[in-house]
Design a protein around this ligand. Structure first.
Ligand code: ATP
Ligand code: MG
Length: 282
């Protein structure tokens, strides 16, 4: 096994609590902690490594489901075309759909708006044995809400504290939380949105409304920087994943999830007593 056998260091992507975040300093096309073996192409070796990680993730998720006492929450945030859907599709390939659920948070409905912003979020947190992926999340309430001025600043600013406390409560109650920001460049977003226009099988994905956040790119980057810096904690850390290269993005996300689940030190529940002598009657 080469350098990447087990050498991928997810700490390189983690945002240490209390540290500043400067997205312009993180190259979205970079591949931190990755180096292919001599003579092997990145993509080729990454594909082999990803296949191995997919197997490990599948095994860990079976264990999570069988043990039915741990709960795992994965928060996914990105700019439009940042690769949230592709990541979910590829990284969770092969896991048992009974134990895995995706919760997507769109523009709030009337009843959702009539409640506090965490109301709809709390309903979707994982139960025992579940792994839930948030495709967008409560972070929209300090991102789009901030950039588009949907509530006054003093109101969204207080939310950093609520979010930290809310996530601490979830962690205290047994939920393992991992937060992932897929970091793409403005040019990569242009390329991907343009593809949605020119490739017929991608036309359905094109949404003219995505051009509004694109026009406010810098404001969004600033909102992400502050939200991530204010809410990365030991128990609910943020990881910034350079995501221009899909092979690296999938690999890094898989590494983060596998290492996090391995950290739970799960084991299969004990066998019922006396089964050694039992034979199923004909
Ligand atoms: P895709 O386009 O890949 O299907 P998506 O996550 O972009 O997935 P959309 O329905 O296109 O889904 O967009 C969801 C929209 O809802 C985003 O523009 C997002 O900013 C917005 N949204 C999510 N949560 C909130 C919120 N709390 N307040 C206001 N807008 C929100
Ligand atoms: Mg969209």
């Amino acid at each position: 096994m080469g350098k990447n056998g087990s050498g991928f260091d997810i700490a390189k992507l983690r945002v240490e609590p209390g540290s500043k975040v400067k997205l312009a300093k993180i190259d979205p096309a970079s591949t931190p902690s990755w180096k292919a073996d001599e003579g092997l192409a990145d993509k080729e070796q990454a594909a082999a490594k990803l296949a191995e990680l997919t197997q490990r993730l599948t095994a860990l998720q079976s264990l999570l489901w069988a043990q039915s006492s741990e709960r795992v929450l994965v928060v996914l945030q990105a700019m439009d075309a940042g690769g949230k859907d592709g990541t979910i599709r590829r990284v969770f390939e092969g896991v048992n759909p009974s134990g895995v659920r995706v919760a997507s948070f769109k523009k709030p409905t009337e009843p959702e708006l009539a409640h506090d912003y965490l109301w709809r979020i709390h309903q979707q947190v994982p139960a025992n044995g579940e792994l839930v992926i948030f495709n967008r999340s409560h972070y929209e309430d300090v991102l789009v809400v901030r950039v588009m001025d949907l509530v006054p600043e003093d109101r969204w600013r207080r939310r950093y504290r609520h979010i930290v406390e809310f996530e601490r409560m979830l962690a205290d109650e047994g939920i393992t939380i991992v937060k992932l920001f897929l970091h793409i460049s403005k040019e990569e977003q242009r390329r991907r949105l343009q593809e949605r226009l020119t490739e017929p099988e991608k036309n359905w994905k094109f949404d003219e409304a995505d051009l509004v956040p694109r026009a406010r790119w810098n404001d969004y980057q600033k909102a992400f920087e502050e939200a991530i810096a204010e809410t990365s904690t030991d128990r609910a850390p943020w990881y910034i994943v350079p995501a221009n290269r899909k092979w690296y993005r999938n690999l890094a996300v898989s590494e983060i999830l596998v290492k996090t689940l391995e950290g739970l030190k799960m084991s299969y529940p004990p066998a019922p007593p006396n089964i050694a002598d039992l034979v199923i009657p004909e």
